[in-house]
Design a protein around this ligand. Structure first.
Ligand code: F6R
Length: 357
């Protein structure tokens, strides 16, 4: 195994981040504010309000905002919200569907395929993109296009790829005014970025501490179904894409009915698992109890278990605060492996090969 880079050596962290992933993380609160302004400026036809379901179609960093939206509106909207990560759309989509086609680059082939289908199915479409073919197609079709700034990786653009969709729901009157929620979100993130900043030593930086625990191990992220589950997928994806390392996730209570049994063999492999449990005061009380008992079951078998708690008051703050810690962990883990977090050469390779036919 590689020798880890010392996370107290600030210049080494920066040298491993030529693409500026840490800078993009630092800018997230401002990105969220800008995203709200962009979203509130979108002209949406009034008939877009008459919908019986909402679909967000996208992949990877452009789809995760859909999951945030789904969880955010879960207890606010009386209609189903579905996130689609495929070429093909579900058959229920029709002219009562509000469909967000989200692709930061605007060139992701699955999203373009889903967009074309949504057109044929008569959905009320809004494109959210920086440009590419998606923007061109939507403009040609006369569908509203939300254009967000370029220059960062899609996975660093979660504010841009989520908040305009919420702002659209706000302007359609489908959800309440977002001002208070957004103020709480940006204040929470501003506070958190000080605590997670690369300049802080390991003893005072939770993200660096977790990165150290993950180094050389297999991260496993557990969260609560219907609440923090989106953040578990986010942690996994960020570890994969930024640190170029494997990671796995699951949710309570489901994992208590299968995964929890699999902690007996092979002992040597189980010792390599480093578990993080994402916790939130809003988790169902029985789920919270399950999280406590599950730790008792596994704690002597695995490499370690760490609880990470959400912060902030509003729903967005709680989800984003947990995600933000994971984002930092993934970049510090990349630094420890001596890896540049920004390039995703396996994704690029796949996209290029597929583009050849
Ligand atoms: C790259 C990343 C990927 C992309 C995905 C879809 O930073 O996060 O998961 O988001 O390959 O590409 P876009 O977002 O351009 O539609």
């Amino acid at each position: 195994m590689k020798n880890p880079i010392d996370l107290n050596k600030v210049e080494k962290i920066l040298a491993n981040d030529p693409g500026g992933m840490l800078k993009a993380l630092w800018n997230l609160p401002e990105q969220c504010e800008e995203a709200l302004t962009i979203g509130r400026g979108v002209q949406v036809p009034p008939d877009y309000k008459a919908v019986s379901n909402i679909v967000i179609t996208g992949l990877g960093g452009s789809a995760i905002g859909g999951d945030f939206l789904r969880l955010y509106v879960n207890d606010k909207l009386g209609i189903p919200v579905v996130v689609n990560r495929d070429y093909i759309l579900p058959k229920f989509i029709d002219n009562k569907t509000l469909l967000f086609a989200v692709s930061y680059s605007g060139n992701t082939e699955e999203t373009l395929s889903a967009y074309s289908q949504a057109r044929e199915m008569g959905a009320k479409i809004i494109a959210l993109t920086n440009g590419g073919k998606l923007r061109a197609m939507a403009e040609q079709d006369g569908a509203p296009v939300i254009v967000v700034p370029a220059g960062i990786s899609p996975r660093a653009a979660t504010g841009f790829l989520l908040i305009p969709t919420l702002a659209v729901l706000e302007s359609l009157g489908l959800i309440a005014d977002l001002t208070e929620e957004m103020n709480d979100l940006t204040a929470t993130l501003r506070n958190l970025r000080e605590q997670l900043d690369f300049s802080l030593p390991i003893q005072r930086n939770l993200a660096k501490q977790i990165a150290q625990r993950f180094f050389g191990k297999i991260p496993v992220i557990w969260a609560a179904s219907g609440n923090t589950e989106v953040v578990a997928t986010r942690w996994k994806g960020q570890i994969n894409e930024n640190a170029k390392a494997p990671a796995y996730w699951n949710v309570f209570p489901e994992l208590n009915h299968n995964e929890i049994v699999g902690f007996e063999e092979p002992v040597e492999l189980l010792e390599q698992l480093e578990i993080v449990i994402l916790r939130d005061k809003d988790d169902h009380p029985r789920v919270q109890r399950r999280m406590d008992i599950s730790q008792e079951i596994i704690k002597d078998v695995v490499s370690g278990v760490t609880e990470v708690w959400s912060s902030g008051e509003g729903r967005l703050s709680k989800l984003f605060s947990l995600a933000y810690i994971g984002d930092h962990v993934s970049v510090y883990l990349a630094a420890m492996y001596g890896i540049d977090p920004t390039p995703v050469k396996n994704i690029d390779f796949l996209k290029n090969k597929l583009a050849q036919g």
